[in-house]
Design a binder for this molecule. Structure first.
Ligand SMILES: Nc1ncnc2c1ncn2[C@@H]1O[C@H](COP(=O)(O)OP(=O)(O)OP(=O)(O)O)[C@@H](O)[C@H]1O
Length: 264
């Protein structure tokens, strides 16, 4: 079966700096892949290549078997939704209007809004717990509320692939779990960068561990999150055991790094 996304030998070397170096992986349709790795590992850069903000120097990215460089702008906007790390500025837009922007790729020129559009927007606002903020200006939302509104916009867009750059940034612990569970329940293919390894383990089907732009491991959370690998890549000591509820790896960190100097 054709994977939803296939990345082959991806390299991005701005000014000779090997930010992404020979990265390859696949994502099966409807699965959720977590991008993990230390600061500066290349997670955001990889996502930017996937949503065509950056042009890789070499390698191939295929969406449903088609090279993404060959996909029209409109078709790409219909199939791929992106929630970026820094919330963009939408001055004067209400939260509802901001979420409704997810409808744009599906509309023709001069096409009027239909009743179903409003229902879809309201349903997405309810899914992320923002119904009571629908008429609030987007700029007045808190950081976590903005993040949730942008996820609602992506839901309205009905993409086949959803790319999220640190979606749990700014979210309190309940919303971290709730939003990732919601994203997972959409039944679409998802790639998200995530720093919380326990959250990544619990909610992702597979993980891609990057370090200095290279793939260290790609596989199930069980295969990727080993004590030795976490010590080598993140420079932390932890014990890994099955989570009492879902059985996937749960990390417990040990402390006392203050006098060990800088990692890099
Ligand atoms: N346009 C650019 N030109 C040169 N180097 C860049 C450019 N953009 C990013 N980098 C470098 O690429 C490396 C990877 O950055 P990136 O933001 O992709 O990492 P990350 O894994 O998302 O980091 P973090 O976890 O801190 O968000 C960093 O060293 C960064 O300085």
């Amino acid at each position: 079966m054709t994977p939803a996304l296939k990345v082959d030998g991806l390299c991005w070397h701005p000014k000779g700096n090997r930010v992404l170096d020979d990265v390859s992986f696949e994502l099966a349709s409807g699965q959720m892949l977590g991008l993990i790795g230390p600061n500066g590992a290349g997670k955001s850069s990889l996502l930017r290549c996937l949503y065509r903000y950056l042009r890789p120097d070499s390698g191939r990215i295929s969406l449903e078997g088609q090279d993404i460089s060959q996909v029209s702008r409109r078709d790409f906007a219909r199939s791929v939704a992106v929630v970026q790390q820094d919330t963009p500025h939408f001055f004067d837009l209400s939260t509802r209007a901001q979420v409704a922007m997810g409808l744009i790729p599906h509309k023709g020129w001069f096409e009027q809004d239909r009743a179903a559009d409003g229902e879809r927007v309201d349903a997405a606002l309810a899914q992320v717990g923002l119904s009571d903020k629908a008429d609030t200006p987007f700029e007045q939302l808190s950081g976590g509320e903005k993040q949730r509104a942008l996820i609602a916009r992506a839901i309205v867009q009905r993409p086949g692939l959803l790319l999220l750059d640190e979606p749990t940034n700014h979210l309190d612990v309940r919303y971290q779990i709730q939003i990732l569970e919601l994203v997972r329940s959409l039944g679409i293919s998802v790639i998200c960068s995530i720093h919380d390894l326990n959250l990544a383990s619990a909610l992702c089907d597979s993980l891609l561990l990057l370090e200095r732009g290279r793939t260290v491991a790609w596989g199930t959370p069980d295969e990727v999150l080993t004590e030795a690998r976490l010590a080598a890549v993140f420079g932390v000591c932890c014990s890994v055991s099955p989570h009492p509820q879902h059985g996937k790896p749960q990390l417990q960190y040990f402390y006392g790094y203050r006098d060990q100097g800088r990692r890099n």
